[in-house]
Design a protein around this ligand. Structure first.
Ligand SMILES: [Zn+2]
Length: 275
């Protein structure tokens, strides 16, 4: 599933193409994408809108539109965008929606497993929608170690599950949670509220470092994730623990282990990340 670095990479690639352009034609061919709203209603409402900005919050892409509405896109498992500057998108059996711009460019939305969502929200609904689902952005200046300490206080949940909870911190998923915990040398099963100040400070630095590395490498391509140019990311070549069962730890050389935390596969070094 695309996490913060993958969604941010998509945003950075699409923004120059979308910002300032007006939507001339929109087609949503899969009713699951916009349900319970009729897809023709959403597509119809998009036509004539100018895209003021392409923003991101957590794993959501926010298409801010000239009417004040926002198209809120979540890619879930397998959603991705493809763009064509000349408007000529390649054939794709998994394309669920297409947007044509007045610049002549086109953007296609592809989703094999069809869990992705498109919601068109009014100004009044956007903030409560996001605030009820998302904690702070981990890469903004106001996200300090002290802020993380407050979020973790009293939490008995394993720190791995704490990191995955979008209502605590926005945008961290399975890959970057494991990478951050390895960097911080914290066992994934430690209760979040039991970390001392030094550990919280390390975790804070590590979450940000892992996410920044992911953005720098244009995200991780394991199966479906591609940038809007059709390129893969390169972060998968630099994982320290994720998916590396039995391989030597980059720090101590001992084998990486795998456990399940909160239903999610979790990779860690039992030597560097003691219980
Ligand atoms: Zn190790």
């Amino acid at each position: 599933m695309p996490e913060l670095p993958e969604v941010e990479t998509i945003r950075r690639r699409l923004a120059p193409l979308l910002e300032g352009a007006t939507i001339e034609h929109a087609e949503v061919v899969d009713p699951r994408l916009t349900r319970p709203v009729d897809p023709t209603l959403v597509a119809g409402a998009l036509v004539g809108e100018r895209i003021v900005a392409l923003d991101r919050r957590g794993k959501y892409l926010l298409w801010r539109l000239s009417s004040g509405r926002t198209l809120v896109v979540h890619l879930r498992m397998t959603g991705s965008f493809r763009h064509a500057v000349d408007g000529d998108l390649p054939e794709d059996a998994y394309r669920r929606a297409t947007i044509a711009l007045d610049t002549g460019a086109a953007v296609g939305y592809r989703d094999v497993r069809r869990f992705g969502t498109w919601e068109l929200l009014d100004e009044d609904h956007l903030t409560p929608y996001l605030d009820s689902r998302l904690g702070p952005e981990p890469l903004v200046a106001s996200f300090t170690a002290a802020r993380l300490a407050v979020l973790a206080t009293g939490r008995t949940t394993p720190v791995k599950a704490f990191l995955l909870d979008q209502r605590r911190i926005a945008g961290v998923g399975n890959i970057y949670a494991d990478e951050a915990l390895w960097r911080a040398r914290i066992h994934p099963l430690r209760p979040a509220g039991a970390l001392d100040a030094e550990e919280v400070a390390r975790l804070h630095r590590s979450v940000r470092a892992a996410l920044r590395k992911g953005i720098e490498r244009q995200g991780s391509t394991l199966r479906d994730y591609v940038t809007p140019d059709g390129d893969g990311g390169a972060m998968q070549h630099e994982f320290h623990v994720y998916g590396r069962l039995g391989e030597p730890c980059d720090r101590c050389g001992r084998p990486i282990e795998r456990i399940v935390v909160g239903g999610r596969g979790t990779w860690f070094c039992p030597h560097c990340q003691p219980r």
